[in-house]
Ligand binder design. Structure first.
Ligand code: NAP
Length: 283
């Protein structure tokens, strides 16, 4: 690594965030006597999803909150999942709701996400939240993109006027991160599976965000020197969506895999749950 390459250390920043969140949770409990709760919903038995939900529950506990878990069978219908969300919306103890993505194919995931109350949408998955965020109105951002933005801001990386190329346009990652970069005055190109000349577009990127879901799909040789490299992917063997190893000596900054974007997603979910708890319980 050159002296000037910055490792965007999501693990360290998330620890720092958790320490601060713990103090804020203690304050809520001292003032109200009530422990804030995050509700997690897991549908089916996908092992990766189970691990993610567990990690989110553990992070709640580390900052002094509790999580309650609704684990529904893989045959659950849209109507049944909507019913669970409605109950959690009206439960006054619950400050935030996380519906773990993806849900089994028979469920209309979008319909279910959009049943989450905007005040409890701490994972930033609703259309309303996305629209508000896009218009720079107050809203909880989608957790992974919002975590990426926190990381870029923490390291004070210049975004205004830069050309950001986002590879991926999913509702929870590519699209919202593109809007967040646009709101920070980057010039944004969004690429997807129908994009022509992907390597040429990536060669123009000052900031590249990999959100493709394919191991090392984005090649190091497509990325120019001194770019800022954000890899949202995580695959078996600890590799991401970008071929990172050949890049670490010649880019301005990069997120390691693991230890970059992943921990920031969880810390952001927890931070947004604490914010929701403060709004509900302290105001
Ligand atoms: P997704 O829903 O599968 O979306 C993948 C996107 O990549 C789609 O927009 C797709 O385009 C695009 N794509 C697929 N093949 C392509 C190609 N050949 N060229 C250009 N674009 C292509 O995935 P996701 O949920 O956004 O996740 C993306 C990655 O982030 C995954 O590796 C996932 O594991 C990771 N992730 C990490 C976290 C975290 O907390 N660290 C959270 C969420 C996701 P179309 O729209 O045209 O199909």
């Amino acid at each position: 690594m050159t002296a000037t390459t910055i490792l965007l250390d999501g693990k360290a920043l998330s620890k720092q965030m958790e320490a601060e969140l713990k103090t804020r949770v203690q304050r809520i409990i001292e003032k109200t006597g009530v422990v804030p709760v995050l509700a997690t919903i897991l549908v089916g038995d996908d092992p990766s999803s189970e691990v993610y939900v567990k990690m989110k529950g553990n992070a709640c506990e580390r900052v002094g909150m509790t999580s309650v878990k609704a684990h529904l069978p893989k045959e659950t219908t849209t109507a049944e999942l909507v019913d669970t969300i409605r109950q959690l919306n009206t439960d006054p103890r619950i400050c935030g709701i996380l519906l773990q993505h993806p849900v089994p194919h028979q469920i209309d995931e979008r319909a279910c996400f959009d049943k989450i109350d905007i005040d409890k949408d701490v994972d930033g998955v609703t259309c309303l939240g996305f629209g508000r965020m896009s218009m720079s109105e107050p809203a909880y951002g989608s957790a992974t993109p919002a975590g990426i933005m926190k990381l870029l801001k923490h390291y004070q990386l210049p975004l205004a006027g830069k050309h950001a190329v986002v590879v991926g346009r999913s509702p929870i990652l590519g699209k919202p991160v593109a809007m967040m970069l646009l709101n920070e005055n980057a010039t944004v190109t969004i690429c997807h599976s129908r994009t022509n000349n992907l390597p040429e577009l990536i060669r123009q990127a000052d900031i590249i965000v990999g959100a493709v879901g394919k191991p090392e799909f984005i090649k190091a040789e497509w990325i120019k020197d001194n770019a800022i490299v954000v890899d949202a992917g995580y695959h078996k063997g600890g590799i991401g969506d970008i071929e990172l190893t050949p890049l670490v000596n010649r880019v301005a900054a990069y997120t390691p895999v693991p230890g970059g974007v992943g921990p920031m997603t969880i810390a952001t979910l927890i931070a947004q749950t604490v914010e929701s708890a403060e709004k509900k319980m302290l105001s």
